[in-house]
Design a protein around this ligand. Structure first.
Ligand code: HEC
Ligand code: HEC
Length: 303
């Protein structure tokens, strides 16, 4: 392992953290987390052992591998160290971590982000462009076919068009106090830096990503859903610290989400040449820090 000790923490603590990662994986397989959203339809994705054989089965399996190890299996379309499963936890099975099956059944759908009806494949393309800071696979690319096969298999038996419990990330109520950068930095140091690094850079283990970057070059770009503080707050509240979801208060989740989303990250690929203009066009929301001034610096200003 390298780069684990930049923040002065002991090997023991880091090993504990790694154990926690295993623990949460075991735990989420055994008992899917209870949902906090309106329960519309309860749904359980099929067991791993039920994965089919044959050509379709191979596509499903490949889709799962792409989802888990995105750089390794779809490297041409990935520009950072993240995997789909860095945010869609437990291989896209975890409720309140935007489970893949719950998404699959609601497409095609209108999205205000691009102003038209999106197929599921187009929704996948956007994840590569923004969350993975990469390039969109062309329609029909085997990467999209495999991911869609995996999603369809996970959704086997789910109602088409149904709202599945635990879809997306939970929406948190507005915090009692406005989200605060300084308070967020304290939550970060106390509850996140051990795994994600003192500078949000994540950590490698044997040259492979062990803990994903939260900001900086290896993270999602300014166009990604997670850059929006409300999305990040919901994700963090339900899922972080890893294995300890729902242990932060709502206020702590909002504060630390604001802190994380107030750092530089790769440019929005729709950048018009000016952060002010790009903000007006794409990020005119109180939850986006893009194009705002922090400590005399305009976030997102660099090309
Ligand atoms: C940095 C975290 C992150 C990563 C990495 C990521 N996503 Fe997402 N994903 C999100 C967020 C946040 C949303 C919700 C965005 C929104 O609604 O604006 C989302 C939404 C989605 C949706 C739609 C969900 C729904 O219920 O409508 C799909 C499908 C999806 N992602 C697939 C993928 C795939 C496939 C990958 C890998 C190629 C990926 N995501 C990588 C954070 C991430
Ligand atoms: C025990 C280690 C650990 C701790 C502590 C931890 N995380 Fe994570 N976090 C992870 C891992 C591992 C993932 C990726 C999930 C996976 O691969 O299963 C992740 C994923 C994330 C992601 C989505 C992926 C990305 O890179 O953007 C965000 C955001 C995040 N964590 C924020 C936080 C915040 C905020 C805290 C503190 C409140 C925190 N985490 C505490 C291990 C940890």
């Amino acid at each position: 392992m390298k780069r684990l000790f930049s923040n002065g923490l002991s090997l023991g603590l880091v090993l504990l953290a790694l154990l926690a990662v295993d623990a949460v994986r075991a735990q989420t397989h055994a008992a899917p987390a209870a949902t906090q959203k309106n329960t519309v339809v309860a749904f359980q994705a099929p067991d791993e052992s039920a994965m089919p054989d044959g050509d379709y089965g191979r596509a499903v399996k490949l889709g799962e591998q792409i989802f888990l190890h995105t750089q390794l299996h779809a490297g041409a379309y990935v520009g950072n160290n993240l995997n789909c499963a860095s945010c869609h936890l437990d291989a896209g099975r975890k409720a309140n971590a935007s489970p893949f099956a719950a998404a699959y059944v609601v497409y095609p759908a209108y999205r205000s982000k691009n102003g038209h009806v999106n197929t599921f494949a187009e929704r996948l393309q956007e994840c590569f462009r923004y969350s993975m800071n990469g390039k969109m696979p062309a329609p029909g690319d085997p990467v999209l076919v495999a991911l869609e096969s995996y999603a369809a298999w996970l959704a086997k038996g789910a109602p088409v068009g149904g709202e599945i419990a635990g879809r997306g990330f939970p929406k948190l109520a507005k915090p009692a106090l406005p989200a605060d950068y300084l308070r967020g930095s304290q939550v970060y140091l106390q509850s996140c830096a051990l795994c994600h690094g003192a500078n949000g850079e994540g950590q490698l283990s044997d040259g492979k990503m062990a803990f994903p970057a939260l900001w900086g070059k290896q993270s999602f770009n300014w166009g990604a859903g997670m850059h929006s503080v409300d999305n990040a707050a919901g994700f963090i509240k339900a899922n972080m610290p890893l294995a300890l979801g729902n242990s932060l208060t709502d206020q702590q989740a909002w504060d630390v989400a604001l802190f994380v989303d107030s750092h530089e990250r790769p440019q929005d690929p729709r950048f018009t040449g000016s952060a002010e203009q790009t903000r007006l066009k794409y990020h005119d929301s109180p939850y986006s820090m893009y194009g705002t001034v922090l400590n005399g610096h305009v976030l997102g200003a660099q090309p």
